[in-house]
Each structure stands twice: as C-alpha cells, then as structure tokens.
Design a binder for this molecule. Sequence first.
Ligand code: 6MZ
Length: 352
Amino acid sequence: MVSLPYTSSDLSFTRSLAKVELHAHLNGSVRRSTLASLALAQGLSPDAIIASSQILPGDTRSTSAQFSVFHLAHKCIRGAEVVRRVTREILEDWSEDGVVYAEMRTTPRAHEEVGLSVEGYVQAVLDGFRDHQEGSASSSSSCHARLILSIDRRDGAEVAERTVNLALRHRSQGVIGIDLSGDPTLGQWSNWEPALRRARSEGLKVTIHAGEVPDADEETSQILSFHPDRLGHVCYLSPSNAKKLEETQPKIPLELCLTSNLLVCPQIVPEYSAHHFAKHYAQEHPVALCTDDTAVFGSSLSQEYAIAMQAFGFSREETKRIARDALQASFLDRNDPLWAELERVVGQEMTM
Ligand code: 6MZ
C-alpha cells in the first residue's frame, strides 16, 4: 500500500468537501475486494491479481509494462452483469468519498466469449449509472455521472470512428464526450484525428491524454493545434509546447492526477511538491485535480486533495476553490438542471 503524505485533519476536511471527478478510467477504479472475488470466480489467484494490478512506488518497469496492469482487470471483468455491478460500486465508492459529480471514462470492448457486444458494454455501464442513482435515491448523497468513451491508442481509425458512433447513439443516456488514452508509446495522432474532428463537429466534447512520455513533442504540438476541450496529464511539455498551451485561447483545462504522475512519470514528477499542478494553478491556468485510476494507484479523490494541501500549502478556502474550478472544467451542459444544483453544492462542506 502506498503511504500518502497528508494529515488526517486535512483528509477529514477533503472527504467532507463536495467534489467533482473529471478523469477516472472505469477498469482502473474497480473496488479491490470485487476484483479479488472476480479473479477467484475465474480460477485466478485473488492475491496475485491484486498484487499485480497496482503500480507502486519504486516501480521501474517501462511505461508499456506498467500499462499491462490493466489487462488483469480486463481479464476478470467479463460480461454485462459484471460490468454493470463494478460501475455501480465505483459510483458508490466515489459517493462515499464526497464525489457528487463524475465524468467516468471507459473503452468500449466486446466480451465475445460471453456474448457481450461493444454496444452491450456501453449499455451495461449506463445501467450501472442508473442502478447507482436508483439505489441512492433515498440517501442524502449520490454521485451523478456522465460517460466519456475512450479510444485506445492501440486501435486505429476504424475503431475510433466506431467509438464516436457509439457515443452519438448513447448521447441521450448521458454519453458526453470522447477520450484518447492507452499506452502512450503506441499509435499515431493521424489515426484518430479524423474521428475526433467528427466527434467535435457533432457536438461531443473531446479530451486527450498528452505528454505522458518524453519524446512526444511533435504529437503534443499536433494535439494542441487540434484544441481539445480538455487535456490529461501534460507531464512532459517542451518550452515551445508550454508556450503554445499558455497562448491557446480559450485556455484548455488540464486534468491533473498527482499520484498517477508520480508513479508513472517519476523522472518529471519525482515528488508531489514538484508536480506541475502548482505551476499551472499559480498561472491561473484552469486545472482539475483527478485520480486517474483509484485502484491501480491506491488513492481516492479526497486523498489527492489532501496531498495537494500538504504539498502546495493550500488553505481550506483555496482547496474549496479547486473543487469549484473542477466543476467549471466539466463537460456538463450549463442548461442541464443538474448544473445549478452542482453549482450550489460543489466546494461546500457536506455533513456525511
Ligand atoms: C493513459 C490510461 C491511463 O478504459 O478499460 N488508461 N491511459 N494513461 C493512463 N495513466 C496511467 N490509465 C488508464 O480503463 C482502463 C484503460 O484506461 C486507459 C488504458 O487504456 C487502460 O487500458 P477502461 O475502463
């Protein structure tokens, strides 16, 4: 288990804050006890699966080898009922942690051996959202969710187009955008750009993982020229790309994940206080603090907020503002009735 640097009083405070999660991958956020029981049901060793499905401090594997942790979750999470269950549980856990609104993302995949199509996969996730809403109807807290469909960098243009079509077909049920993610050493921007342009022209929001590895300056420059609605990570930014990011108008909000970046990009984030969140925040660039993969990195959103308080010396008032800033960066339609409700509560302390 990672030892996270925060104080317990900061953590009680950040847990009580109504927060917004904008960057979290479904299969990286599965409750560990559930992953263990699913592993057992598949005839796999639960202990081995749990131990190998985390990225821990001191992990010196290559980026591609680190990304193999996700294959283990993919191996255990099979079939519509399981996808639906883990989705509901993730929302329950986030709600427990004070997350009142989340934009969950996932890569649509068919589970052919159990007859689940990509369409069925997306529907199972949306059913999990509905189960959580219905299950929490009588309780004071629930995590409202919207869905972003991810294009995996392993996949080419055809899958990217199919993902955009899926998003468009499920829009009325809460799919709001498209993400580009996956092993950052794979694929090339030109594969996905046409589909991403079409997504945008059809009114979907687009968020892109960028700068997770060194030597991707040209691709990052192309992504900046595309002007996505949000960017994830941006750990490695050459001076010219940093300038381009700052000069791009309107500014592109950044989804920043402290523990994930510390563990995956230790060369550029050797300690929490060196994380680029502080620099962008000081420059008043729009930022949202996020978790990425709560199960893989062993850190919840309230822990990430408490770490930020400790690492950057944020006061409670500043920390409340960070939660409100995340809401401003969300893809939620400002005319959605939920928007007014969230504006009222996000950044406030809740009684839990
Ligand atoms: C890039 C990431 C990621 O889609 O199966 N994923 N992509 N950078 C990261 N930072 C560490 N963390 C997760 O969730 C798991 C998938 O999300 C992407 C990878 O493609 C991973 O296989 P879903 O729900």
